[in-house]
Design a protein around this ligand. Sequence first.
Ligand code: NAD
Length: 502
Amino acid sequence: MTTTRDTRAHLAPVLVAGRARPAPGAPVHNPARHGEIVGEHALATESDVDDAVRAAHAAFGRWARLGPHERARLLRGAADELGGLTAELAMLLTREQGKVLWESRVDVGGAAYILGYYAGLAGELDGDRILREDERVTVHVGRRPMGVTGVIVPWNSPVYLCFLGIAPALLAGNTVVVKPSEFAPLALGEVLATLARRLPEGVVNVVPGTGAEAGDALVRHPLVRKVFFTGSTGTGRQVLAGAAGNLKNVSLELGGNDPALVLESARVTDTLVRELVRGVYGNTGQVCFNVKRIYVHRSRYDDFTDRYRAAADEIVVGDGLDPRSTMGPLNNRDQFDKVTGLIDRTRAAGATVHELGRKLDAGSFGDGYFLLPHVVTDLDPNAELVTDEQFGPVVPILPFDDEDDAVDMANATEFGLGASVWSEDRDHALDVARRIQSGSVFLNVHRVGASAVDMPFGGFKGSGIGRGHGIAALEACTEPQTIADWRDVSGLPGPGPAGDAR
Ligand code: NAD
């Protein structure tokens, strides 16, 4: 196979205190054409990570003292500049990540949008709350930044997910060191370099590289006080263990195996079917809270599966830069092998596997990690495809007779990220939603956009620790502090039997 290089050098360097540092690199391939190298990312070493953390540590005091409104002003300025770069960087993101262009615009556009949203929350950090005030004492309660925050990013929506971590952290007065994914570091690297230029030196630092070296060094560094990690549940476990050394605060946004429950009270309309197709195949199935399994009441099952297969059959798979494509390739070899292996084993176990959709260009289909949309029926409720997170364009559809059984099946998992309930009876759907063990439940929708930036987002069980988005994320990157100003201590307990129990 011939390898072509982009004539424009796209690089994701190590960035420490505003200076790009030459470092040995690794290629970033276009998932739509294995032979095309889109750019290179640095392989940050432990020593690069140490320098980046020290730069962030040195910048922390001044950044924290600026106050939330001045920080918000600077973040807004960066958002304005980043908004102007969205169209160009979206094309770069499609070439390194694979997703279709409109999805890349949402992803890259997230930088300006999320910065702007958090800049608007500066007032939430104004002053302290007075918990108690009387002639003896005034008690102030406020929130303080934690210090250096390590933000570790996955490849599926790299810019959007990075900014959900760094925007609240920066507004709250923390400085950051970002570890992008080795599979999609280029557009994010350019966005972060632009942001870093708009902020004081050392506030934003970047250490591209492998998880085993750069990610692990960041998680273990003693000057890092908080880790905001987004990625798989398996890696999340390692991050939690690594962060234990100096008892770092962690936010873990992990994997999901989201169920969609189509109740007897649902009407199988074109809208319902179309929404559930979007919920499964958006970003080629590579969204943490995509629908990963569909349970349909038996009275609706045949109608639903027929119409669902017909709708999925309209998907056109091809290069995300081609406007005729409605679904791009998977992002990388490991993910492609994992999903195709899962489909092969599911077929071998006797399930009915429907391969649907259309290849935009059959001749070059094998040149990328392309996979047609798949629907699987007639499978065991405990099949691997049902119990594991597939993170690809394949979905099992299972019938149920009893709604309580459907809720039990939805909850019978170590995951608990998102879920959806589909019904014409919204009150009843709300009751069912409250019984599902997941951080978000959507009624009659389940896709990107349904979890807006102001809605707390995160997982029950193995899907994570803590909540991102909205004010919840500001709280997650600040420490509550109580200041007790005693003017009269005469009544406080003294030594002796009634002394302070601690
Ligand atoms: P991953 O866990 O393989 O990698 C995520 C990041 O962690 C990458 O930057 C990687 O280099 C780094 N990493 C790997 N090993 C590390 C280690 N030992 N220490 C520190 N960092 C390490 O995940 P992925 O394949 O990039 O992303 C897909 C997964 O992420 C899916 O499971 C998906 O559901 C999940 N995800 C969750 C959310 C959410 O908000 N809950 C959002 C997007 C993706």
